[in-house]
Design a protein around this ligand. Structure first.
Ligand SMILES: Nc1ncnc2c1ncn2[C@@H]1O[C@H](COP(=O)(O)OP(=O)(O)OP(=O)(O)O)[C@@H](O)[C@H]1O
Length: 301
């Protein structure tokens, strides 16, 4: 659905995107994660032709992003946290305004979304809470049943309850409609329930892109109790991250886990005499934090 190849975008001194390549497959929800300033919004704006790339190519719905026209925008829903809405309009007026812009606008689906989002038709957008306004924006971008939905930090500023409702609504809809969704965030907790795939951007480059399942399958937190006489070698196996020793206990994270027996064999090779290491699965948030730490350490070295 989206193919980004070697994208570069610079704003004066700032290299916002520095050679990013990413595929967003059809029918899946891809979470686009990265710390503040990593280049998520810039990438999204480039793919929607709101920014012109300095270098690289992007294909969206089979078309070069620089050639996107009404036919593609009619199949594309975009909601961003900074979206400007006509605040003087009521929800009803806003929908009346949007409807004619999209030939395939679905009135029944609009009504379903209105009920689902519990939006008051008579209230002016300026009098809605931030969360309700985001829901109105989302409704206006979904009611024409786009094939591709791009959400740029849609949850920021929403309180936990509204965020939860919003995510639940979106989850139901993406399952029901089989949409392709790209959703950016700097917090994995916000998107982990939604995402089939995780893509992480760091300093304008893609650091990782894979299915949520495979990411969670290959990461483990490991704890080893060392026998008294066994020293900790100066260098540990390459895949062991963030090794920390407290007394005789050594903790580390591995991103290359396959099975406990194989990991146990490597641990015993490094630390002869060690019994079974304690191996624990990690939450996506823990994985994200340990990766972010690793990227930061890498950038410093
Ligand atoms: N229009 C602009 N003019 C100048 N610098 C910009 C502009 N847009 C983005 N930048 C800079 O480019 C870098 C990447 O910004 P971007 O908004 O893409 O990051 P982000 O990952 O979306 O961050 P956040 O999570 O904080 O929204 C930042 O250093 C930002 O200050």
């Amino acid at each position: 659905m989206i193919e980004i190849h070697e994208l570069h975008k610079r704003f004066r001194q700032t290299e916002a995107v520095a050679g990013l390549s990413l595929s967003v497959p059809a029918g899946q929800v891809t979470a686009f994660l990265g710390p503040n300033g990593a280049g998520k919004s810039t990438t999204i704006k480039c793919l929607l032709n709101l920014h012109r790339p300095d270098q690289g190519n992007i294909t969206v719905l089979g078309v070069d992003s620089r050639q996107l026209g009404p036919a593609q925008f009619a199949q594309l829903g975009y909601v961003s946290e900074n979206m400007e809405l006509p605040l003087w309009m009521t929800v009803g007026q806003f929908l009346d305004y949007c409807r004619p812009l999209y030939p395939q606008w679905d009135r029944d689906f609009e009504r379903q979304l209105l009920r689902q989002f519990d939006l008051p038709l008579q209230t002016k957008l300026k009098d809605l809470s931030r969360g309700m306004r985001m829901k109105a924006a989302l409704l206006s971008s979904l009611a024409y049943r786009p094939k591709l939905v791009v959400l740029d930090e849609p949850f920021s500023g929403l309180d936990p309850l509204v965020r939860d409702e919003f995510i639940r609504g979106l989850l139901e809809l993406t399952e029901q409609e089989g949409w392709t969704v790209l959703v950016s965030s700097h917090d994995i907790e916000e998107v982990q329930r939604l995402a089939d795939r995780i893509a992480i951007i760091h300093r304008g480059k893609l650091a990782l892109a894979e299915s949520r399942e495979s990411l969670q399958a290959r990461f483990r937190a490991v704890e080893v109790v060392l026998p008294e006489a066994v020293p900790v070698p100066a260098t540990l196996p390459a895949g062991w991250m963030h090794a920390e020793q407290a007394g005789r206990t050594l903790r580390f994270i591995t991103g290359g886990f396959q099975e406990e027996a194989a990991l146990g064999a490597v641990v015993r090779q490094v630390f002869p005499g060690v019994q079974h290491p304690e191996v624990r699965a990690m939450s996506l948030r823990e994985i994200f934090v340990s990766l972010a730490r690793a990227y930061r350490l890498e950038a410093r070295s």
